[in-house]
Ligand binder design. Structure first.
Ligand SMILES: Nc1ncnc2c1ncn2[C@@H]1O[C@H](COP(=O)(O)OP(=O)(O)O)[C@@H](O)[C@H]1O
Ligand SMILES: [Mg+2]
Length: 1081
């Protein structure tokens, strides 16, 4: 949506002075100051823009700003020079009206800047394209060139334009620029030779010297040092913020863009250098014989260099500086020049040279930028002319006079055009016009330019008059002719009003310009108006080989000698101003009135008196008054209705119908007094600013209410949207949740159903199973019952066919068969015949257990019997003995197992065969059953002595081992018992019956390796005798032995033997004999 804005929005003070309330000079200034303080440098008076020079760069010329102002109505945005440029450009493009932009103001007020801003704005908004851009670029780049040659630093402005400039920019029907034409007005050429204190010569001189390369300077025969040149003022050669060297490059670049050829640039620079050289030519007087002084050139070096530069013969120029040729009626008279005249000639040449160069530059630029097509084009003229100038010390001369005349003319045209415009608008709109009073400066213009008695006319008259003409004669003339004029003042004017006015020197006259009184010093008026250059000099210049200089002095051509005086400067200027004014009048004017806030070129300073003065002479107050005389404010119906329609219910928010009727309804509704406004054809005219402010105030209030309303509706809308969104989301959430919940519930029901189903199915199945089982059982029972029943039936039926004992027989038969089978099987599996064989076949039937065992026993007995039956008598005896030993010792004595497999040899000594024992053998009459060597244990110490032990059927004999001599013979009946230990030792005690004959010597304690055999044989021998009781065998580890009278206890202990594995015997005391037996592992 397009935002409708207005000049009236966010206004600081009032943007349009027409709305100032109350209107007075003070309030006017206050408004300007207020706006200036807030960086609002532009203010309107209707369509006129007042521009205050800010003296600093403001951020209001950016491309964004250009866009902002582009295609907007003039009053739509806050005041800006762009608004004016846009308005002018658009009415040129769209309404086919040629435009002119008139920029006026004092020197330093910002005119040149304003003109550049306008041009840059137009360049930015108009068409684009390669060709168009080139044209634009050339138009814009003509500025730096002209500024370098035509601007200078003055006390008022560091970049003061010292010429007037009017530029026509030409556009095609689309609004694209085609080209331009520049007109220049009266360059202040006196500056070339002399500058007021604190000012400089034209920029180009300084730029050339600082910016040109060494090489260029050498070619131009110049020195970088400013002080070497008489024409350059030194006190202010360097200007703050001005970079001459950089600017020189800019100028060179601009010249190139504009289309200057390299050699043209070179020629121009040569001329500039020539001017500097010219300034350095000095003269000295030389007395001549006729008593007059003649001038001579002091140092010819500069002259020589200059002549070289320009290609002039030195002697020609030298002569031109010394003589003056006057031609009159075919006669040539040559007069010498004195020093003063020579200097005058030199300076005149310099000034002419420079000003002609400047004009040539303008022409050359015009050649480049002129429109290429011949089609009809629209024109926008931009006039940047030097401002009204007054030197306070009264040092105003011809230049100021001319400048101020020009400003006077501009003011005139301003008055005419603004008033006419205003008047025309009323007529156009059908509003009644009321005349108002304002100061018309036509009378001043008349004073200056009147053909018969205007000041310029009289000056020309003086200049052309034969006879002695001086500035004084000119003043006299003025005093006579203009004495009665209201705006002319002079000490000697004939009305003698100013006879006593000491502020008015005799050599001066004063004009009351529209912008104030200006005191002019007449000195130089005539000369400057004449603008004479001695013909010798112009001819000398024409003779130059330098093509440009030749071109600049065409009057020097001797073939075209024109005796008629050239038109005076004043005349020329008047004529060109006249053309300019005519030109301007055909165009639609747009005004920019520049104001300088202070004299110090400083930002932020607003000098009240200075601004008041400018506002006064610029006639700004009158401008406002004129504008307000009828109606202060006017606005087309549409924007007016658009802006205020909210003030009336009937027009708000939309008015359907013509805008004018809407406005009428609006005004009626607001009860604005009818005399306060008028309806024009397309605009409403509001008489008083108060009414407008009333409307604005109401609008402001209403806007607040509307803002609240909009806020309310917006908030409502926002809340409702939010609510709807929430509601929508809630439904979505709820839907999802419900779905989820239902899903859960469904799953729960489903699983519950499954459970219930499974239970019921289980229950049903079980029930069915039960039933089926029952049914099956019933069927089985039926079968069983029927089987039993059938059995019974069958048995009952067949009983008559069986014998009563058939069962037993069958049983017996079966048993028999089993037994048969058992025995036959046993026969086949009979174990071997060895009595020690343990195996016996497994029992096949439990009921045969008893039989089986019995058979085993019987078989064993039979087997043993069989075995025994093979034995011989001797072998039988041996086994009997072994058996007896077993009965005696088995499991009683540890020695026994080792004896089992030892054959009982009996006679170990082979007593009957060994001759050694012949005697002994013979001593024993009985058959020797056993003969062996034993140890007889000494009763006293337990040590053994070897003895031969003999056993016969009747006795036991102990004999010496060596001799065979019988030591003791005990008849077997005397033996009471034999004691042995339980252990593996060979000790045995032969205990004798008490009271027997053998018992006197006591019992025998012996030890033998064949203990088991000895004891067994002893025991057997006794047993065979029927009348004798059995010999007792006592097996114990402690037994008593009778030694003579004493009974000694023999005790067997187990212990680790000290000496090997043998048994040791020790007498412990007289009652104890201890035998220690090695432990059987
Ligand atoms: N709009 C502006 N913004 C910033 N500075 C400005 C503006 N107008 C003028 N100036 C300053 O004031 C100086 C004088 O302006 P200029 O246009 O040359 O004056 P005039 O042409 O009226 O003599 C400029 O050099 C510049 O420094
Ligand atoms: Mg200027």
């Amino acid at each position: 949506m397009e935002v409708k804005t207005s000049l009236l929005d966010n206004m600081i003070g009032v943007g349009d002075m027409v709305l100032l309330e109350p209107l007075s000079e003070d309030s006017f200034l206050e408004n300007l100051r207020n706006r200036f303080d807030h960086n609002e440098i532009y203010t309107y008076i209707g369509s006129v823009v007042i521009s205050m020079n800010p003296y600093r760069s403001l951020p209001i010329y950016t491309p964004d700003k250009v866009e902002e102002y582009r295609n907007r109505n003039f009053y739509e945005l806050s005041p800006h020079i762009y608004a004016l440029a846009d308005e002018a450009y658009r009415s040129l493009r769209d309404q086919d009206k040629d435009q002119c932009i008139l920029i006026t103001g004092e020197s330093g007020a910002g005119k040149t800047e304003a003109s550049k801003l306008v041009m840059s704005y137009v360049a930015a908004v108009c068409g684009k394209g390669q060709e168009v851009n080139k044209v634009k670029e050339q138009l814009l780049q003509s500025n730096p060139v002209l500024e370098a040659f035509g601007n200078a630093k003055t006390v008022r402005n560091d970049n003061s334009s010292r010429f007037g400039k009017y530029m026509d920019i030409e556009f095609d029907f689309k609004g694209d620029p085609l080209g331009g034409v520049i007109s220049n007005y009266l360059l202040e050429k006196s500056r070339v030779v002399k500058q007021p204190r604190g000012e400089r010569n034209f920029h180009i001189f300084y730029q050339l010297l600082s910016g040109a390369s060494d090489d260029t300077l050498k070619k131009l025969k110049l020195d970088r040092d400013f002080s070497k040149y008489n024409y350059l003022s030194l006190d202010s050669a360097a200007v703050n913020g001005l970079d001459d060297a950089a600017n020189f490059r800019t100028v060179r670049n601009a010249m190139q863009i504009v289309g200057f050829m390299e050699d043209e640039v070179q020629s121009v620079l040569e001329l500039v250098a020539a001017v500097l050289k010219l300034g350095n030519i000095e003269f000295k007087p030389e007395s001549r014989c006729n008593g007059t002084d003649e001038s001579r050139i002091k140092d010819k070096n500069d002259l020589k260099e200059m002549c070289e530069l320009l290609g002039i013969e030195q002697s020609v120029l030298e002569r031109a500086f010394s003589y003056r040729t006057v031609e009159a009626k075919m006669e040539k008279v040559s007069t010498t020049l004195n020093v003063a005249q020579a200097y005058y000639a030199r300076d005149a040449l310099a000034k002419n040279l420079y000003s002609r160069l400047f004009s040539w530059l303008v022409t050359r630029i015009n050649e480049s930028i002129k429109a290429q097509t011949k089609t009809r084009h629209k024109v926008m003229g931009v006039l940047d002319i030097y401002g009204f100038e007054i030197f306070e010390d009264g040092d105003n001369s011809f230049e100021q006079f001319i400048i101020n005349y020009c400003n006077e003319k501009l003011q005139q045209i301003f008055i005419e055009l603004t008033l006419r415009e205003e008047q025309e608008e009323y007529v156009r709109e059908g509003i009644e016009w009321t005349n108002i009073e304002y100061f018309n400066n036509a009378i001043i213009c008349d004073l200056i330019e009147n053909h018969q008695n205007g000041i310029l006319a009289m000056l020309d008259e003086e200049c052309l008059r034969p006879g002695t003409v001086t500035d004084e004669t000119f003043l006299d003339k003025l005093n006579t002719i203009c004495a009665e004029h209201q705006h002319f003042e002079s000490r000697l004017s004939k009305n003698s009003k100013f006879l006593t006015d000491h502020s008015l020197p005799h050599s001066c006259f004063r004009i009351q310009h529209y912008a104030g009184k200006v005191l002019y010093r007449v000195e130089g008026f005539v000369d400057k108006n004449n603008d004479l250059l001695y013909r010798d000099l112009s001819q000398a210049m024409y003779k130059a080989t330098h093509s440009l200089i030749k071109q600049l002095f065409p009057e020097g051509n001797p073939t075209k000698v024109n005796l008629k005086r050239p038109p005076t400067a004043g005349f020329q200027f008047k004529a060109s101003v006249g053309t300019l004014m005519k030109n301007l009048q055909t165009k639609n004017p747009n005004y920019i009135r520049c104001i300088k806030p202070n004299d110090k070129k400083a930002s932020h300073i607003f000098t009240d008196s200075l601004v008041r003065h400018q506002a006064r002479y610029l006639g700004l107050m009158e401008n406002v008054r004129v504008r307000r005389a009828g109606y202060a404010f006017r606005q087309a119906y549409e924007p007016c209705l658009e802006r205020y329609k909210m003030l009336c219910k009937r027009t708000w928010p939309h008015w359907r119908g013509p805008a004018r009727e809407g406005v009428e309804v609006l005004m009626a509704d607001l009860q604005v007094p009818t005399e306060e406004y008028s309806y024009g054809r397309s605009k409403i005219f509001i008489r008083n600013p108060r009414t407008l402010f009333f409307l604005e105030e109401r609008r402001r209030q209403c806007l607040q209410d509307l803002a609240t309303l909009i806020q309310k509706i917006y908030r409502g809308w926002k809340c409702r949207r939010q609510f709807l969104l929430l509601k929508k989301s809630q439904i979505v959430v709820a839907a999802w949740y419900r779905r989820y919940a239902q899903q859960k519930k469904y799953q729960k029901i489903k699983s519950a159903t499954t459970v219930v189903q499974s239970y019921t199915r289980g229950w049903q199945a079980r029930k069915l199973l039960r039933e089926l089982k029952y049914q099956k059982r019933c069927e089985e029972a039926v079968t069983t019952i029927s089987a039993f029943w059938h059995g019974t039936q069958v048995r009952r039926e067949y009983r008559k066919f069986f014998r009563a004992n058939a069962g037993k027989k069958i049983y017996d038969f079966i048993i028999q068969r089993i037994m048969q089978k058992y025995f036959l099987g046993l026969k086949n599996t009979m174990p071997p015949m060895s009595p020690i064989e343990k195996n016996w076949p497994a029992r096949p039937y439990l009921f045969l257990d008893g039989v089986h065992k019995e058979l085993r026993r019987i078989f064993h007995l039979w087997r043993c019997k069989k075995y025994r039956s093979q034995f011989t008598e001797e072998k039988k005896a041996v086994y009997e003995e072994k058996l007896e030993a077993s009965e005696i010792f088995k499991d009683k004595k540890a020695l026994y197992p080792s004896s089992v497999n030892q054959p009982f040899k009996g006679d170990y000594l082979e007593i009957s065969k060994n001759p050694k024992y012949q005697k002994l053998n013979s001593a024993v009459d009985e058959k020797v059953l056993l003969a062996d060597v034993v140890n007889k244990i000494n009763r006293a110490n337990g040590k053994g002595t070897a003895r031969i032990f003999l056993l016969t059927k009747k006795s036991v004999v102990l004999a010496d081992q060596k001799t065979g001599q019988v030591k003791a013979s005990v008849p077997l009946p005397d033996l009471a018992s034999v004691s042995v230990s339980t252990q593996s030792d060979g000790f045995f005690a032969l205990k004798l019956k008490e009271g027997s004959a053998s018992a006197i010597k006591g019992d025998f304690l012996l030890s033998s390796e064949h203990l088991i055999e000895i004891i067994t044989k002893l025991h057997r021998t006794g047993a065979t005798d029927a009348d004798r009781e059995q010999l007792l065998v006592d097996i114990s580890d402690e037994f008593l032995v009778q030694f003579k009278q004493d009974k000694v206890c023999v005790k067997f202990i187990q212990g680790a033997p000290k000496n090997g594995n043998s048994v040791s015997c020790k007498r412990k005391n007289n009652r104890l004999l201890e035998v220690s037996v090695p432990t059987t592992a």
